[in-house]
Design a protein around this ligand. Structure first.
Ligand SMILES: Nc1ncnc2c1ncn2[C@@H]1O[C@H](COP(=O)(O)OP(=O)(O)OP(=O)(O)O)[C@@H](O)[C@H]1O
Ligand SMILES: [Mg+2]
Length: 357
C-alpha cells in the first residue's frame, strides 16, 4: 500500500533562497512525525507545501494516494495549527472549537455533541463558556488544538504548537498531545526546534538542515546511532575524539596515538584511516581512582555544573582532549570530584559511536 504522505524530490525556492532542497519522504497513516532543525532550515516551508499554502518549485506531493498539485488548501484532508494560532477573542471556547463545524453546516445537537467531545478530549469540558482572555496560555493552546481537530482532518500539521508555553506546562502538554494523537489515529506532523520535545513526541524524527533531511529515524536510533557528526552534535550533548585507526580486529578498532580508545564497530575501517569517535555524557564514568576498566583516561576537572539530579562535568586529558560527562547523583562512597581535581574517566567500547564524517 502507498504511504499516506509521499514527497518526491520536492524543492521550493524563493528567488535565490532554496528553502526546501530536493527532499523525499514517506509518512505512514497514524504516525506522529516530528521535523526538527535549526531556524531557517525549511521546516515551516515544508508544512506550508503540505497544506497547500505554497506550491513546490519542483517535485510531487501525494496525500492519501492523491497528487496535490493544483489542489487548494481547503480541498486537502489537512488542518494546520500555526505557531501564532489566534483564537477568535469575542467567541467563547466552545464557539472557537465549533467554528469550522458551523461553517460546514453542522448545527444543533450534533454540533453540541461534537464540541463537547472535543473539549473533553483536551480536558476543557468545564470551560466551554469562557472567553480566550480568561484562559491560561496552555488552556488557549488546547482550545486551538481542539479547533484544529474539529473537522477530523486526516492530517494535522502543527508548527511549533507549544512554543509559547513554559517548561512545565510544555512537558504536560507534550504527553497530552501524544495521548490525543493515539486516541484519534490522525497523522500528525509537528515542527519543533526543541530536541527534547521531538524525542518525547515522535515515533520518527526527521532532522533537517539547509532544506534537506539529514536523517530520518526513531528517536533512539538517532541518538544512539547518528548517521554523521551533524546529527550526533545536533541531538543532545556529545564529546568527539578525532583520530586515526591504529588497530583493527574482528569486533572493532583502537585509535593510534596517546588516546588508544577502543570502539566496537562493524564499519570497514583500515589501519591509518581517519575517524571521529563520539561518546554520550551519560556513558562516561568519572572516578578519583584508577581501575582496570577499558578506555580509561586520566583527566582534570575543568568545569562542573550541579543540576540536582546529576552533575555535568567538563574534563580535560593531559593532551588537551575534552570530555563532557554527566554523573548521576547516587548514593555512593565517593564524594563527587570538584573543580581542578585529577581523576579517571572510562567508558565501554560498546558505547563509542564511530563516525566516518
Ligand atoms: N515567503 C518567503 N520569501 C522568501 N524567503 C522565504 C519565504 N519563506 C521562507 N523563506 C526563507 O526560506 C528559508 C526557510 O524558511 P522556513 O520558514 O521554512 O524556516 P524554519 O525552518 O521554519 O525556521 P524557524 O525555526 O525559524 O521557524 C529561510 O531562509 C527563509 O528566510
Ligand atoms: Mg518556522
Amino acid at each position: 500500500m502507498a504511504p499516506f504522505i509521499r514527497l518526491k524530490f520536492v524543492s521550493k525556492s524563493f528567488a535565490d533562497v532554496v528553502a526546501v532542497d530536493n527532499l523525499s519522504l514517506d509518512i505512514e497513516k497514524g504516525e506522529l512525525f516530528c521535523l526538527l532543525g535549526a531556524s531557517g532550515c525549511g521546516k515551516s516551508t515544508l508544512l506550508r507545501l503540505l497544506a497547500g499554502f505554497e506550491s513546490p518549485t519542483k517535485g510531487t506531493i501525494e496525500i492519501d494516494g492523491h497528487d496535490m498539485a493544483g489542489v487548494a488548501p481547503a480541498d486537502r484532508p489537512v488542518n494546520f495549527m500555526f505557531q501564532n494560532y489566534a483564537l477568535f477573542p469575542h467567541m467563547s471556547v466552545a464557539g472557537n472549537v465549533g467554528y469550522g463545524l458551523r461553517r460546514a453546516g453542522v448545527r444543533g445537537d450534533a454540533l453540541d455533541e461534537r464540541v463537547n467531545a472535543l473539549l473533553k478530549l483536551v480536558r476543557l469540558q468545564n470551560l466551554g463558556s469562557r472567553k480566550p482572555h480568561q484562559l491560561s496560555g496552555g488552556q488557549r493552546q488546547r482550545v486551538a488544538l481542539a479547533r484544529a481537530l474539529a473537522r477530523r482532518p486526516k492530517l494535522l500539521l502543527l508548527d511549533e504548537p507549544l512554543a509559547a508555553l513554559d517548561k512545565k506546562l510544555r512537558e504536560d502538554t507534550q504527553f497530552e498531545l501524544v495521548d490525543i494523537q493515539e486516541k484519534l489515529d490522525t497523522t500528525f506532523i509537528v515542527v519543533t526546534h526543541d530536541q527534547e520535545e521531538a524525542m518525547t513526541l515522535a515515533g520518527r524524527i526527521g532532522i533537517m538542515d539547509a532544506g534537506q533531511l539529514v536523517q530520518v529515524d526513531e528517536p533512539r536510533k538517532l541518538y544512539e546511532r547518528p548517521k554523521n557528526s551533524f546529527v550526533a552534535d545536533f541531538l543532545g550533548t556529545i564529546s568527539f575524539v578525532d583520530g586515526v585507526v591504529g588497530q583493527r580486529d574482528k569486533t572493532g578498532i583502537a585509535l593510534d596515538g596517546d588516546l588508544k580508545i577502543r570502539a566496537i564497530t562493524n564499519l570497514d575501517l583500515a589501519v591509518g584511516k581517519a575517524v571521529r569517535l563520539a561518546i554520550r555524557p551519560e556513558k562516561i564514568c568519572l572516578s578519583r581512582t584508577a581501575s582496570t576498566a577499558p578506555n580509561q583516561i586520566e583527566v582534570v576537572v575543568e568545569d562542573l555544573a550541579y543540576l540536582g539530579f546529576a552533575t555535568n562535568y567538563r574534563v580535560k586529558t593531559p593532551s588537551g582532549q575534552m570530555f563532557k560527562l554527566q554523573q548521576q547523583q547516587r548514593r555512593s562512597n565517593e564524594t563527587p570530584l570538584s573543580w581542578g581535581e585529577t581523576g579517571y574517566v572510562h567508558f565501554d567500547p560498546q558505547d563509542v559511536i564511530v563516525l566516518e564524517d
